[in-house]
Ligand binder design. Structure first.
Ligand code: AMP
Ligand code: GLY
Length: 431
């Protein structure tokens, strides 16, 4: 098979690494890729949103399967464009990608399919939204309806904060048209976990559960990020809970999407709150998470490539997707200044040494290589350093041993990845 992966982060490096291991692969490209994907794929200098050029490239090179990593090209309709050119693309159509592209759309699917979720109301008018917030009081959650680069959600502890969010989103239009309408929600309380399923429009297969660490600093302090670390499985989410969530959340969503004539194909990522009343949906994403993908793929026993093909062919019900009974934990190393103003250009050494440790995989994101191979920071999130082990504690120790083997004084990471599962002062290191 001739395969094109789209994107340039740690998620896409992990996808390339996993696909490259398939005996079915004959040629792999990644657009635009990074120095990590270049080890498994030929990088193609085309942006993830340059859809016309990507379709032309895939046609010219007889690509059999396109695997988009990020949400933006999916929401922009890359699957539709590829299919119109006769190329199979493992992701949702533009219509199905509305599960991530629009909060209102997701809420309507939840209501139609009786999927447990926070009570909600949608507003197109800022004054009506303000009146609603004053009536309901805090805590309350305000969400820009459209995509806002992960920044469009405000969990407001006070009424003041919620009103400020309405002002920023609807009056000032901080996120442009994404804030033309907002969803205001009941605030859910509990542990947050993510569930990942590969879907073929009808059937779904579990890819695993994970937990992310959104804040930049230890103890969940500081600004919001794309994610500073992750691990799988999420121990507070037992296999029986995973199964229940597949039945009550993933399957009903697939059925409702199919009923509407917009079946969902690809990776469905359900952000869940484990409340006293059971798991409730916070949001859907229509792709793998980053850095969740990196750890999920480390637990995948089955060949990823035929699994993705089965999702495209509507054959998942006959596909036995297996996971190793192990754990994986990933630590994001970021450039100093991330998430506000990451410093570029510093030299990163020791990745080979770290990668040589047993159970370690280092995935690249914002890196760039000089002509002589010197590796430099070229983005905010720069590496995802992953460890695997029989237990989460063991995976933690492996990952941090690898972090310690990397020589990059201008980089930083959280030292407490996994604390919800392992305890706040987890130190499993044996020295
Ligand atoms: P989202 O961008 O939808 O993932 O939301 C960002 C974060 O806001 C989530 O990961 C949750 O921590 C939090 N959040 C979103 N909706 C709610 C809710 N209804 N109740 C409590 N927390 C929420
Ligand atoms: N790590 C969260 C995300 O990819 O959306």
């Amino acid at each position: 098979m001739r395969v094109l992966v789209i994107g340039s982060g740690g998620r896409e490096h992990a996808l390339c690494w996993s696909i490259a291991a398939s005996p079915l692969l004959t040629k792999l490209w990644c657009a635009p890729g990074n120095p990590g994907t270049a080890r498994h794929a030929e990088n193609v200098p085309l942006g993830a949103l340059d859809i016309a050029a990507l379709v032309a490239f895939a046609s010219d090179n007889s690509v059999d399967l396109v695997v988009p990593g990020p949400e933006a090209p999916l929401v922009a309709g890359i699957t539709d464009a590829m299919e119109a050119a006769g190329i199979t693309c493992c992701g949702p159509s533009r219509a199905a990608a509305q599960l991530e592209g629009s909060k209102t759309f997701t809420k309507e699917i939840c209501d139609a399919a009786s999927i447990p979720t926070a009570l909600w109301e949608r507003f197109d008018d800022a004054d009506a939204a303000r009146a609603f917030i004053r009536r309901r009081g805090a805590p309350i959650v305000v969400k820009a309806d459209g995509l806002a680069a992960g920044k469009g959600v405000v969990v407001a502890a006070t009424e003041q904060e919620a009103l400020a969010a309405i002002n920023a989103m609807m009056d000032v239009r901080l996120f442009g048209d994404a804030g033309a309408s907002v969803v205001i929600e009941e605030c859910l309380v509990g542990n947050e976990v993510s569930l990942f399923a590969l879907c073929d429009g009808e059937a779904a297969r579990l890819l695993g559960s994970a937990q992310d660490h959104k804040r930049v600093g230890d103890g969940d302090s500081g600004g919001n990020t794309g994610g500073m670390g992750s691990y799988t499985p999420a121990p507070m989410f037992a296999p029986a809970h995973e199964q229940a969530a597949m039945e009550r959340i993933i399957q009903p969503a697939l059925s409702e999407m199919a009923r509407r004539g917009t079946p969902f194909r690809g990776v469905l990522y359900a952000g869940l709150m484990l409340t006293d009343e059971g798991a409730k949906l916070i949001e859907f994403n229509v792709r793998f998470g980053d850095p969740e993908c990196q750890v999920l793929l480390l637990r995948l026993m089955s060949d990823l490539l035929p699994a993705l093909q089965a999702a495209c062919d509507g054959e998942l019900k006959n596909f036995d997707l297996r996971l190793y009974d192990t754990a994986a934990l990933g630590v994001v190393m970021a450039a100093r200044g991330y998430p506000d103003a990451p410093q570029r250009g510093s030299i990163i050494r020791g990745i080979e040494r770290a990668s040589a440790l047993p159970g370690v995989q280092v995935f690249h994101a914002g890196t760039a290589a000089d002509a002589d191979g010197t590796l430099r920071a070229a983005g905010g999130r720069v590496l995802t350093v992953c460890g695997t082990g029989r237990t989460l504690g063991a995976a933690h120790d492996v990952a941090y041993a690898a972090v310690n083997a990397i020589d990059w004084p201008e980089g930083f990471c959280r030292r407490d990845i996994g604390w919800r599962a392992l305890g706040p002062h987890a130190d499993h290191s044996t020295g």
